[in-house]
Design a protein around this ligand. Structure first.
Ligand code: UD1
Ligand code: CA
Length: 471
């Protein structure tokens, strides 16, 4: 915080989130692969608080557990993240009261944020702090104008334009859809004043809760300086109460992620149909084609073409790869690899450089060494495929006997003819050749031919005889 004033941040995250109609606690809902509360923590920590208190209650163990895991360094070091427990959810005012005992310093300011506003930014909070200090206000709040005030609290101003109270949506009889100034749920209050006002809140309202918003009217009545900080872009303070609000928030976060990628030299062909999780990295000069999803812990190298219609989950893709209409999960792909269209790389594959996986291949728990080709309609499971191996169309590693999975080893340079069934456990030696249509259940030595199929018989004149019989 600028100046010498101490900044404490309180994030409210104890509410039940009933409007989400879910078993997942609201602030842990994922937005582009990251929990809602993490975005709020990010923005809060950017404001460099001296202390940060998260108020938890409903499913509080899960929420505090999540934060302790994801923000471990901040839970031990500076600024310290602490948890305040609100055992009963008696309202936002009561939640802040629960946090107060964690803030021993009496001189500083307390910034209050809601855990369900994931679009707030550190930049906005910094401007808010600067304005609060510049105005020498006792209590500041962020307000914004929206076309439909919905469930937001309405900011009420007097004839001179001074804010004098906030009226909650549930306490007004006609909640008309008209452009209105609303309360963003973000406040900065002198610690001392907060401690004085909170105990005086009452539950005399439609919800029967201790509304934090009532401190505005109380502060004005006692002659304290209340400063409304008007923020132009209402989307930044968007609150998530239901899943429609969540969908909007996710769309906004997605566009921020895509913009960041574009500015780092990645081409996104269709901003409306590209889904990239928070934290996914894509190298420059890569192109993301439409309908593509990059999720989880994923990294894409430079110069790749991913998509159209591909889904890369928790995987690392090297430079110059081309992955079309395909799914890659929990795997590692080297450089210059072509996959698809329509292939499925299932978990635990390590595919080295210059490998081609063609159409309709399914690959699971395999190591595929460089230069191998798996062109069409094959299933490779629990296998080692040596370098420059050629897997013909329709090859199947028969890895499951109904009880156990078995391994197949195909040494470098081997040629597996079309429609071969390789019954595991099996080792096919270096440069070995397996004739098309073979069902192979014994190891094949290096440089040998394995042929395991019925011999072909040609019956001369057979068709003509048959025709005659018919007549
Ligand atoms: C609140 C504000 C409203 C504002 C809106 C902005 C009040 C009374 N109303 O309404 O003026 O426009 O936010 O988004 O403050 N929480 C607790 N303990 C509780 C109740 C809530 O920790 O007992 C937490 C929730 O987990 C949530 C936050 O406080 O993160 C806000 O609560 P919510 O019920 O979503 O309030 P709104 O109805 O959105
Ligand atoms: Ca809310």
């Amino acid at each position: 915080m600028s100046g010498d004033s101490i900044l404490n941040v309180v994030i409210l995250a104890a509410g039940e989130g009933t409007r989400m109609k879910s078993d997942t606690p609201k602030v842990l809902f994922p937005i582009c692969g990251r929990s809602m509360i993490d975005y709020v923590l990010d923005a809060a920590l950017e404001a460099k608080p001296d202390k940060l208190v998260v108020v938890v209650g409903h499913r509080g163990e899960e929420i505090s557990g999540h934060i302790k895991e994801k923000w471990a360094s901040q839970c031990q070091g500076e600024p310290r993240i602490e948890f305040a427990w609100q055992k009963e959810q008696l309202g936002t005012g009561h939640a802040v009261l629960c946090a107060l005992e964690h803030i021993s310093d009496e001189t500083g300011n307390v910034m209050i944020l809601c855990g369900d506003t994931p679009l707030i930014t550190g930049q906005m909070l910094q401007q808010f702090i600067d304005a609060h200090l510049g105005e020498n206000a006792d209590l500041s709040l962020i307000t914004t104008e929206v076309d439909d005030p919905g469930s937001y609290g309405r900011v009420v101003r007097d004839s001179q334009g001074n804010v004098f109270k906030i009226v909650e949506a549930s306490d007004i009889s006609d909640g008309k859809k008209c452009r209105s100034e609303i309360n963003a749920g973000i406040y900065l209050v002198r610690r001392e004043l907060l401690a004085k006002l909170l105990p005086n809140l009452n539950t005399d309202n439609a919800k029967g809760e201790f509304y934090l918003t009532d401190i505005i009217e109380m502060a004005v009545a006692d002659g304290f300086k209340v400063f409304p900080f008007m923020w132009d872009d209402s989307s930044t303070v968007h609150g998530v109460n239901n899943r429609h609000d969540l969908a909007y928030a996710e769309e906004q976060v997605r566009q921020r992620i895509l913009e960041r990628l574009c500015l780092c030299g990645v081409s996104i062909r269709d901003l409306g149909n590209t889904y990239v999780d928070y934290g996914v990295n894509v190298g420059k000069d890569s192109i993301i084609e439409p309908n593509t999803i990059l999720s989880g812990d994923t990294e894409i190298g430079e110069g790749c073409i991913i998509g159209p219609s591909s889904c890369i989950i928790n995987s690392c893709i090297g430079k110059n790869c081309n992955i079309q209409f395909s799914v890659v999960e929990d795997s590692e792909i080297g450089e210059n690899v072509n996959i698809g269209p329509y292939s499925h790389i299932r978990p635990k594959c390590i595919i080295e450089s210059h490998v081609t996986i063609g159409n309709f291949a399914e690959i699971k728990n395999c190591v595929i060494k460089s230069g191998a080709k798996v062109h069409h309609h094959s299933y490779l499971g629990d296998s080692f495929i040596g370098s420059d191996v050629n897997i013909g169309a329709g090859v199947v590693t028969v890895n499951y006997d109904g009880f156990k999975k078995h391994h197949t080893i195909i040494e470098e340079g081997a040629f597996i003819g079309c429609n071969a069934n390789l019954i595991a456990p099996l080792r096919v030696g270096k440069d070995a050749f397996i004739a098309a249509g073979s069902t192979v259940n014994h190891d094949v030595p290096d440089e040998s031919l394995a042929i395991a199929r019925e011999r072909q018989i040609n019956k001369d004149g057979w068709v003509a005889k048959r025709k005659k019989q018919k007549e």
